[in-house]
Design a protein around this ligand. Sequence first.
Ligand SMILES: Nc1ncnc2c1ncn2[C@@H]1O[C@H](COP(=O)(O)OP(=O)(O)O)[C@@H](O)[C@H]1O
Ligand SMILES: [Mg+2]
Length: 323
Amino acid sequence: MFAGVPEADALVHLAAGELRVRGRLADASNATLYSVVASGGAELACVYKPVAGERPLWDFPDDTLARREVASYAVSAATGWDVVPPTVLRDGPLGPGSVQLWLQAPPEEAAGPAELEELVEVDGFDGAADDGALDAADEGADDDQDADHDDRDDRDDHVVVLPQPGAGLVDITTPRELPPGWLPVLHAEDYSGRPVVLAHADDPRLRRIAVLDAVLNNADRKGGHVLPGWGGAVHGVDHGLTFHAEPKLRTVLWGWGGEALDEHERDVLERLRGDLGERLGEVLTDLLSVEEAVATLERVERLLRTGRLPRPRGQRTIPWPPF
Ligand SMILES: Nc1ncnc2c1ncn2[C@@H]1O[C@H](COP(=O)(O)OP(=O)(O)O)[C@@H](O)[C@H]1O
Ligand SMILES: [Mg+2]
């Protein structure tokens, strides 16, 4: 269950509903489009990341981020930990891309309204490969909006309530204000020389995300990519920078680095190892390179061999900015 929606229902609607773009999330680094899938008179909010809106990166092959999002969901689903919201690969008004269930913020943990930019902003987006397709989709989406929302307050179409980044479990604070039991990850100074600390709670829901990230080789676990779910669940989003064949784990969740895996974590990893040799391995090979799928199995085997969560290795081990 994610944000009150059963997983199987979400997958059906995400894959088969009519995808309508509502706007672009203003501070996202790629074309990350707040959208809805409509089917049978119902609408489900989702995040549509068209391949055409992916920003080229030096260390990941072009046009592969949407597939990494879907592969991350497949591995998360196999763990049974409900970290990554249901995500599918499908066609949409801006071409093929990933479509992920939007985590409606639990009312008490909403971060407040965030601006959506007009869809037309996507037009000039770096890495937008096919301007013709984007123009056509812009017009389509505008028509949709005119038809659907004639009588609504215009402003409502351009704001969306974001779940609270960090879910209250990851924060940048001062050493004095660090809640008891929190695990510091980085000590630094702010612009005025005052000490600050990046830290996270010692919380089992967060620790599962850290274990999953070690499997996914997640190169971008920012605090803002940890979101609160319903009924106390904690989820993770933005898994485009995953599955590189070389070690690239970059995360704010280093608090358990080097600690022994517990029995439950080892059981889940054992099961993943089996799944990666069977159906899940095939799913990953369809979405990623064979080398990347093999490297995933090797990371699981290494975790089981060392019996410990990884420690930071190399230079850039914390994503910047960390939120
Ligand atoms: N499935 C989701 N449910 C709710 N909010 C989301 C979801 N996916 C992303 N967001 C919000 O949108 C922001 C931008 O999305 P993200 O996936 O990080 O895009 P980008 O790849 O452009 O950085 C996130 O930081 C988060 O606040
Ligand atoms: Mg992001």
